[in-house]
Write a protein that binds this ligand. Sequence first.
Ligand code: PLP
Length: 405
Amino acid sequence: MNFNNVNFDTYFKNYPDQNGYFGKYGGCYIEPKLKAAMEEITQAYFSICQSRKFINELRRVRKEFQGRPTPVTHLERLSNSLGNVQLYAKREDLNHTGAHKLNHCMGEALLAKYMGKKKIIAETGAGQHGVALATAAAYFGLECDIYMGSVDIKKQAPNVARMKILGANVVEVTHGLQTLKEAVDAAFDAYSKEYKDSIYCIGSVLGPHPFPMMVRDFQQVVGIEAREQFLDMTGHLPDIITACVGGGSNAAGFFSGFLNDPVEIYGVEPLGKGTNLGDHAASLQYGEEGIMHGFNSIMLKDENGEPAPVYSVASGLDYPSSGPEHAFLRDLGRVKYDVVDDEEAVDAFFKLSRMEGIIPAIESSHAVAHAIRLAKEMKHGSILINLSGRGDKDMDYILENYGIR
Ligand SMILES: *Cc1c(COP(=O)(O)O)cnc(C)c1O
């Protein structure tokens, strides 16, 4: 299939290119010292991760530890309540630890082990990436340092407890605003001193090359499984697929299974409280080209050209940019990006819970809301949603701030 002169038959061979570019987006914009470390990871990725041994071990881990494949569920009651369109969900909420993030964390940690590294390092904001990585570290017997701002440590007590129980070392970052940005800086700082014995594990399709590629490839299992399962269940492909986009890892993996198919693809960004800068995190909708955190993409900027403050009820979606591949697929017109605000997401959170017995993560609820909106507009057809995670983590907050709907 061709789209604006890009041939999707050979897409994964050509994108990203050797230097980590998807068109003009991506690349590796970091200090020279860490460039060598990134090159080491890139080399290792192309040799180790393509080896039979690595592939077989990761396949075994996915089956025996993560519980893959996760099912596709027909959302029959929800569909019937909306009309004739049939909705389906790929159930990453049933992946071990309750979200898709473990898919790339297990890949990154296994790579670290094969590279002979003793430690994996990362930052975390809401704690979801930290918990997934701490889980992977425990499984493979690696040390794990998770950098987290003091403010986030207080807000995310259950995830801090999980990381500690799993044996990770939670490093408190006490300077600046004491949240994610400072945690990223502190973690990178530590990594530049420890890169001989450790690797940095990025939590989405973000950061310098090779991470946007590597994380997408590790998440590709979601799209490959979903395509096969959907074909098995229905005898055809879905008309539309949709997924939420924070950094964009669950969407990138899910979409990759369908890029070369006659399927309409949507990424859903959080509109939060509205269109004013600072009230949302819809970077692909309202942002402009710029470089941050080591890569070129579309980002939300403040008046000084720095990453703008962002907001969403879903803390997993509030990032001022998106992975470079999403910017590329947007420009090509292969994937369309739409927005859902807090209210619509919370409505969908309750709808899916009430009608299907599935409490979705508030991040995933953005994709559910989007599918509900499309289903009301269409006369017939099918929509496959990537349900990126489960909503246990969000229940208290939603009840406190929105009440029962
Ligand atoms: C972290 C998270 C997201 C957002 O991250 P992406 O990289 O955009 O996928 C979405 N859903 C859940 C459940 C998450 O934990």
